[in-house]
Each structure stands twice: as C-alpha cells, then as structure tokens.
Design a protein around this ligand. Structure first.
Ligand code: PHB
Length: 420
C-alpha cells in the first residue's frame, strides 16, 4: 500500500474510533448483501470479492428518496450478479446518511473506507453529502459514483468521482430557452441549497438570453417550509410562468398543492420546472394540481423506449404493481451498471486509477432513461433531455414525453466555464 494511503488510513482511523460511541447511539442501518457468481459456478472459496459502500437516506424526511436508490441498486444486483466474471462477487455494504447531513456522510464514508475497506463508494441523494466526502475519495483513492447528488461542481472536488445522474443545468437551461419562446414574465422559486441556486442561475440565463424578463425570485428553506405565503406572493406578482425547483418528493408535492389551493392555475400562471417536481413515484399521489405541468428531464417511466418499459416491468414485478420507479431508482441502476462494467473489465481485481480511466469510456445505449455516456473530460453524464407534459394515461397521471429537446447533452455549465 502506498505511504500516503497508509498515512491517510491511520489518520481517519483515529477519528473513526472517537466517533464510535455516537455511532452506536445512531445505530446506522447496515445491510450486507452477498450476491455472486460463486453460487452459480460452485468454485472454490478463492472467489474475488469486490466491496461496494452504498450510502443513502434510510431515515428522516428524505427516506422516500433514499428508498428509490436502494430499490434501484438491489434490483440491479438481483438481475445482474450472475453476469460477473466467474468467481467474482459483490459485497454491498449499505449505510444511512440520515438526509442532507454532510457530517454524517463524512463519518459513514470514513467507516466504509477504513473499517470495511470498500473499493467503490456510491449512492447519495444529496449534494452536500457528496461534496463533503470528496477529499476522502481523493486521499484514500476510492472511486465514488453519484447516483443522484447533482451539484454542478462536485466532480471538480476530486478526480476519483464520477456521476451518472444529472446536473440541474442539463434540464433547466434548455427549459429556460424553451420558456422564453412562450412567456414574457417569469417568477423563480427554488429550494435554498446548491441545486436550487444552480436551477435559478440556469433558468435565468436561458430565459433572459431568449428575451424573457425575471420579475421575482425567492429561495425557500429546505427544512419544513410552509409554501402558502410564497405562493400568495407569487400570485400577487402575476407572472406568466412560475419556474420552480424543489427536491423530488414530499416538498415538490406540498408546493404543488399550495399552487392548486391558492388558484395560481386558475389565475393563468403556468407551472414549469425540472422533472424533480413530478417524479414518477410521487405523481399518483399528487392530486390534480400537476395536470398540464411542463417538466423537462432525462427520464420518465411513461416513455415509449423499450429499455424503460423493461425496467418498469422488472421494478413492478419486484416491488409491486402500484410502485413506479422514479429517476433516482434509474440513477442507482445506472451507477451499478457503471461499477459492474469497471469490475468486469478488470476481472474483479480492481485498481482505482484503472477504474477511473475505464469510467471515462463508459457508454450505455440501453439505459432505462435512453442512451448515456460519461464525458471523459469531466466524468459527468451525457444524456438526452425530454420535454414532457403531465397528462392522464389510463386514469393515472404520467410524465408523457412530447419532444426530445436536447440530444446527448453535456453539462452546459461546464461547457460555458471551460478553461480556454
Ligand atoms: C441534490 O442534493 O443534488 C438533489 C436532491 C434532490 C433532487 C435533486 C438534487 O431532486
């Protein structure tokens, strides 16, 4: 083991010991899934085990999103573990980050690196958590693949990070351009954390470049917001269109409800945003308010491509007919596919630098969301963006794709900020 890595491990081991008592109290959920080709090939115990540390939100208000990551990950393992090279198996070690909580995220990542000696890290719904562990991935040389955390700058913090989810710039900048062709005056309402700020910037740029005017902007606290006063203020300002971003899930639903209850729809104020607003697992429980809403995103469970149909069918078979996979379940599926690709290419003997080189060449024409690839210059995702409208299909609300707005789009923010 190189000296720098040994020193790093010794350093974090001391911190990890100190935190032991708190950890015992917090009782993090630790699930271990041992799945592998071993069973299939009845080989000797010399099997190659690859340890993957999976960090998600299993408790607190964000647990529904964490559950999407968990379900996507476990479905992938169940259906694909037999496709690893002979004798190679995955040991998935799951840890609870408890929500957008960078301190807990750092602690669980340290434990996974030092005690469990994982060779990959993955997971995270939340940008602050992924940003907090960036220095650990760089010092310990453990590749981390983001399943969701979308903050635009995360990958610049460590060369051992890559992402299969999205950036808000990817969906929101084209949405701003699209909106400028239809509306003159926009109001912006976003959650007050990095992805919200990035949505605000991206929409403002796209909308203004197309000649639109921003008549008001509000940032809404991430914890327990009451959306009614914000919606009243927006209604009084009377824009043509409300652009909003909240984290997918209960917050988006609550804001939508306030929009409907206060009659912004009846006042003729159109509601648009990234697909986080109407994520597929939440949509059936959102009431009538999202009907006709325009979300732009990279993934819809109601799309017509065969890959998503196959994925939705497998998901429902595993978890129940009533459950739709949202884009976070797809992010988890794709992250596992990327990890499997790197393991297969190295026949189970994974080296972090080789892994990062391999990741830069990753392509999947058959992701459930559509064709994807990793941008070798930035380690970020390249994907299509689809304009959708929320419509009723078979008595249920669905994100119906109406147009492919961008094909194989790189993160626009990085394109705008390229070093000359
Ligand atoms: C993030 O923290 O990066 C994040 C969380 C929820 C979303 C999107 C992005 O819906």
């Amino acid at each position: 083991m190189p000296v720098t890595r040994r020193r790093f491990l010794a350093k974090v081991a001391v911190g990890a010991e100190k935190q032991k008592e708190t950890q015992m109290k917090a009782r993090p959920i630790v699930t271990k899934l041992l799945i592998g080709a071993v069973m299939l090939c009845a080989g000797p115990l010399a099997a190659q085990t690859v340890k993957v540390g999976f960090m998600s939100t299993f408790s607190g208000p964000g647990a529904a999103q964490g559950d999407q990551l968990d379900k996507g990950t476990k479905l992938y393992l169940k259906l694909n573990s037999g496709k690893l090279p002979q004798g190679v198996k995955i040991d998935l070690i799951s840890r609870d980050d408890t929500g957008a909580n960078p301190d807990v995220a750092k602690r669980v990542a340290q434990e996974l690196i030092v005690r469990d000696k994982v060779q990959f890290l993955t997971g995270f719904v939340w940008t602050p958590n992924a940003a907090a562990i960036a220095p650990l991935t760089a010092e310990a040389k453990v590749p981390y693949i983001s399943m969701n955390a979308a903050g635009v700058n995360i990958l610049n913090l460590s060369p051992y990070m890559a992402r299969v989810s999205f950036t808000l710039w990817q969906s929101v900048y084209p949405l701003g351009q699209w909106a400028a062709k239809r509306f003159k005056r926009a109001y912006i309402a976003v959650s007050d954390f990095a992805p919200g700020h990035e949505s605000e910037e991206a929409f403002t740029k796209g909308f203004k470049e197309g000649g639109g005017k921003i008549i008001g902007t509000v940032r809404i606290p991430l914890a327990n917001p009451d959306f009614v006063p914000y919606m009243q203020r927006i209604k009084d300002a009377n824009p043509d269109v409300l652009f909003a971003f909240n984290p997918a899930g209960k917050q988006a639903t609550a804001m939508m409800k306030a929009y409907g209850d206060l009659g912004l729809d009846k006042a003729g104020i159109k509601y648009i945003g990234p697909g986080d607003l109407t994520t597929d697992e939440e949509l059936p429980g959102m009431g009538a308010a999202p009907l006709r809403l325009i979300p732009l995103h990279h993934c819809s469970a109601a799309a017509f491509r065969q890959a998503i149909k196959t994925f939705v069918a497998a998901y429902k078979k595993e978890y129940g007919e009533k459950l739709n996979p949202g884009f976070m379940a797809v992010g988890a599926w794709d992250a596992m596919d990327l990890i499997f690709y790197a393991i297969r290419a190295q026949k189970g003997k994974v080296d972090p630098d080789k892994t990062m080189e391999l990741i830069k060449n990753y392509k999947n024409p058959n992701s459930p969301r559509g064709p994807i690839a990793i941008d070798p210059d930035t380690r970020d995702i390249i994907q299509n963006e689809y304009l959708r409208e929320v419509r009723k299909v078979g008595g249920q609300l669905a994100n119906v794709e109406i147009e492919t707005i961008a094909t194989q789009l790189k993160d626009p923010w990085k394109e705008f900020n390229k070093k000359k």
